[in-house]
Write a protein that binds this ligand. Structure first.
Ligand code: ZN
Length: 112
């Protein structure tokens, strides 16, 4: 899956060094299915490219399964935008993106 233009800044030389260290620590096998693969990914389990705490070494198949909900949310969001559909709430519009990128007013949850 190609990296979105606004997320490319997270995949610099430091990321590549971090990625290689993660692959070596995982023994160059997928941490989910345990199989070796020549194209192992370091996957962001939180779907936030800035996050380096919740990451795992996954083969492309496991990576695809892991972030399918995120992909579906992004596709639905993009389709709604191109069709000019309105969003019911700001939270639904922002849902596929990491919370740290939301406007501060939308981060406040009105629970009570
Ligand atoms: Zn796997």
């Amino acid at each position: 899956m190609p990296i979105r233009a606004d997320n490319r800044k997270y995949y610099d030389a430091r990321w590549r060094k971090f990625r290689l260290a993660m692959l070596e620590a995982a023994g160059n096998v997928c941490e989910l299915c345990g199989k070796p693969h020549r194209l192992l990914n370091v996957a962001h389990l939180s779907n936030d490219p800035a996050d380096r705490r919740y990451v795992a070494v996954l083969c492309p198949r496991c990576h695809s399964k892991q972030n399918s909900a995120q992909r579906i949310a992004m596709v639905r969001r993009t389709q709604a935008q191109t069709r000019g559909q309105m969003w019911l709430t700001e939270e639904l519009r922002l849902a596929p993106f990491p919370v740290r990128t939301w406007p501060m007013a939308s981060r406040q949850m009105d629970l009570f």
